[in-house]
Design a binder for this molecule. Structure first.
Ligand code: S3P
Length: 442
């Protein structure tokens, strides 16, 4: 039994991608991770029962659900998670947790929760796995401290975070030093509980799901250019949310199909919020053929069916303004760059070093192993497109790196073995069966 378990764990952690897959037909990717987290969080703070359809049931969102259950919120799951009911306790209805809140691998859980827990005046300890415990948290602690919160990090600014129970917060005007939707959201969520107005000014637009969803819960959110503000004390009213398919998960198939689709490949009902569509713009600049059809709005979020055809890609200088709008898609965009004719250069992307792994170095190491010429710098990478061989890649337990290299197999000359893949379950638990269904040879 023990040997079987060890084998099972090993095989869960290892993916072998045989070369030469061809993508055909369509794939419905799961719900958007960022929107799913926020639906659970705002549902918990609302008055009444919020119903969430197509919520992503990956480990990251499950970590958020577990944290809110520990904060006294009842969350019911029906039809294998197709329908979630969050029984909100109102803005002041969270209870102090009796155990540590474990955010697993999820930066969104930890950063947004720290704003909510501090805002609610609760004492709590927030921790996570090895990867999360290496990630920078001063970026949220610093603005929350300015609002009056007391949060201790480890000496180097990493988790665990100890949030001290304390008096109510007060609103601030905060200018983000880095373009981060997680920090923006943590401050705005804390601002729901604070006295007066809380505003955040961002250096560049980042995903605005928090602002859109707050409006859907009846909160007045005022946007003026790059500044967004909420006045504290507003009640949230429960609502019904359908989560669009995650463009970050669709991105693997967009690239796979651009490189190796037979006919037209379709990804239905994908969220195309303009703060998330950088991947489409970058791929189009590289020559990809992607069209948006049947554009509509679902619950305040734009949605479309994406259609992709195979097309020859060429290298580009990625416009730095598109970087925050495609921040999670760079692992697979680097695969597209490796398959493109000529050189691709990405700058202004230092944030990639602070994700689930250092995505600049992890991708560079993997692509070099496949025979691609790469140069890295503090804030970016230069990739010379060329033929890809095969090899043994270490994903460093980073879900998006693992899935990106699985897609590379469509053009690789030999099999790609990808180590430490279990983290795929954090954002896309069904990636392997869906990718096989699409035509990958995993
Ligand atoms: C997210 C924001 C981004 C992104 C992350 C999800 C969110 O992080 O990389 O996967 O849901 O707000 P940053 O805010 O650190 O850029």
């Amino acid at each position: 039994m023990l040997i079987y378990r060890a084998y099972k764990k090993m095989s869960d952690d290892l993916l072998i991608a045989e070369s030469g897959g061809v993508l055909r037909g369509s794939v419905r990717v799961p719900g958007d991770k960022s929107i799913s987290h926020r639906a659970v969080m705002l549902g918990a703070l609302a008055d009444g029962v919020t119903e969430i359809r197509d919520c992503l049931m990956g480990e990251d969102v499950r970590a958020t659900m577990a944290a809110f259950r520990a904060l006294g919120i009842r969350i019911d799951e029906f039809d294998g998670g197709q329908l979630i009911q969050v029984h909100g306790n109102g803005l002041h209805g969270l209870k102090s947790p009796t155990a540590v809140l474990d955010c697993g691998n999820s930066g969104t859980s930890m950063r947004l929760l720290s704003g909510i827990v501090a805002g609610a005046g609760l004492g709590a300890t927030l921790t996570g796995d090895e990867s999360l415990c290496r990630r920078p948290m001063r970026r949220v602690v610093e603005p929350l401290a300015r609002m009056g919160a007391r949060i201790a990090t480890q000496a180097n600014g990493t988790p665990p975070l100890d949030v001290a129970a304390g008096p109510p917060l007060h609103g601030i005007d905060y200018t983000l030093p880095v373009a981060s939707a997680q920090v923006k959201s943590a401050v705005l969520l804390a601002g729901l509980f604070a006295s007066g107005e809380t505003s955040v000014t961002e250096p560049a637009p980042t995903r605005d799901h928090t602002e859109r969803m707050l409006a859907g819960f009846g909160v007045r959110v005022v946007r003026d250019g790059n500044r967004v503000a909420v006045v504290g004390g507003q009640r949230l009213t429960a609502t019904a949310i359908t989560v669009p398919a995650d463009i970050s998960s669709a991105a693997f198939f967009l690239v796979g199909a651009a490189l190796a689709a037979e006919g037209e490949f379709c990804l239905p009902a994908v969220g195309v919020n303009p703060t998330r569509t950088g991947v489409i713009e970058i791929l189009r600049l590289m020559g990809a053929s992607i069209t948006l059809q049947n554009q509509r709005e679902i619950g305040g979020e734009p949605v479309a069916d994406l259609r992709v055809r195979r097309a020859p890609l060429h290298g580009i200088d990625v416009p730095p303004a598109l970087v925050p709008l495609a921040i999670d898609e760079f692992p697979v965009l680097f695969i597209a760059a490796a398959a493109a004719r000529g050189r691709t250069r990405v700058t202004g992307a230092e944030e990639l070093r602070h994700k689930e792994s250092d995505r600049i170095e992890t991708m560079a190491a993997g692509l070099r192993c496949l025979g691609i010429q790469i140069e890295t710098f503090a804030d970016g990478i230069e990739i010379e497109g060329g033929p890809m061989g095969g090899g043994d890649i270490d994903s460093h337990g980073d879900h998006r790196i693992a899935m990106a290299f699985a897609m590379a197999s469509v053009l690789a000359a030999r099999p790609i073995t990808i180590q430490r893949c279990a983290a795929i379950a954090t954002s896309f638990p069904d990636f392997v069966p869906l990718a096989r269904q699409a035509g990958l040879r995993l």
